[in-house]
Design a protein around this ligand. Sequence first.
Ligand SMILES: [Mn+2]
Length: 486
Amino acid sequence: MDAAQIIDLRTALEFLEAVPGQLTSTAVEVDPYLELAGVYRRVGSGTPTAPPTKIGPAMLFTNVKGHDLPVVVGVLASRERTALLLGSTKERLMFDLLAALEHPVPPARLRAGAKAHCQEVVIKPPFDIRKFLPAVVSTKKDCGAFLNMAIVRGEDPENGQSDVTFHRMCLQGPDTMTVEFTPGRHIDCFRRKAEAEGKPFAASINIGLDPAVHVATSFEAPTTPLGFDELTIAGALRQRPVELVDCVSQPALAIASAEIVLEGEFRPGEYADEDAVNGGGWAMPEFPGYEGRAHAHQPVFHVTAITHRTDPIFQMLIGPGEEHVTLTGLPTEASIYRLIHDAMPGFLQNVYCHSAGGGKYLAILQVKKRHPMDEGRQRQAALTAFTAFSELKHVILVDEDVNLYDTNDVLWAMTTRYQGDVDTVCIPGVRCHPGDPSATANYNPMLRDRGISCKTIFDCTVPFALKERFERAQFADVDLDKFMAE
Ligand SMILES: [Mn+2]
């Protein structure tokens, strides 16, 4: 099977089944309360999940206690697997995303008369989403069961422009959930416009999708500004428009090949605390590797219909870990690459948003100093990356002969090509991300607010004038196949 044949989640799983080591499944009964997350944490979640963890296969749980639906987790929890699913390689993937950004393919309405897979079964109220969806509770601190791999699609009530975004959503009642909106998120901009007019805001929540849709949806401003529909990137990645279908209970569109769609609306002025059910103050484990704080006063989504495929599969991710790193890191890399490449063509060789930063806090930039005028440009490149991505905290700069994906090699550069006093650039007091527990006034009284941080450049590049002295020991290039052939 070829990656070009992947059109939805189930063909993606079929594809992975044929690749050794990329998909495992179990029919042993698993409890969605704590146990499922505890299992996958060991199997394939990866850093920043607390050890013991590792990068491993995706996992399908076919027997979930108290539920009929199977759960798949970790589909994108490896850079290598994500590349395979998109018909690419780990090294080429970012460049393929850049190409997709340049040549977007808009989504299309399902042709008239065609039946959308996501509407093979339609469930009208009354229902209980908490019974229907095998959403998991990951840790004892969590305030409830969350959807975290679901994509919200909505349209600007003023001009009809569309957008898709990820949000963590906590199941609250039989037909309600809170949707966590960080200020400025595009769907929330639309929702606020509707609210200002005293109108409900209709949306679809799409669960269980082609990995290309997940990767595309992860793009954010400034690369995909308000009004840029990220589904056009998914269309470009697959060279085929994402198909949309009219919802059955709302003036909204859903992704036709989704496993499950929750149709519904946000009503003006209706808000609830994320932890309304237990009041514990915590939400779920978040991407920096710590428990996320529950947010007060979040918009409430009312589900007005559930539609799904026959035998639907529920999809999720573990909060922190390699799947989040893929989803946030990959688009950020493409965006950083594009910006720096536009500003200084040919200088930046590659970017990697390292797992340790959850795909957001830490970026490694690989540069090539070609002439004396390139000296210092590496730090300009780092500043450019900071400018575009306020959540970026640390940039490590390395030369073209360092493997930026290999932490050993990066730490080698930091050991032999870095002097702390002259190669560290601190930019204190800059707004970063509130999920970093060291970015608090308790940690450093100079910080005026939670989420303010010291952006730091670790310049591990060789000064241009000294390049000769830093040539790595040269080994012969050999034909390895001759010695390793089976
Ligand atoms: Mn957007």
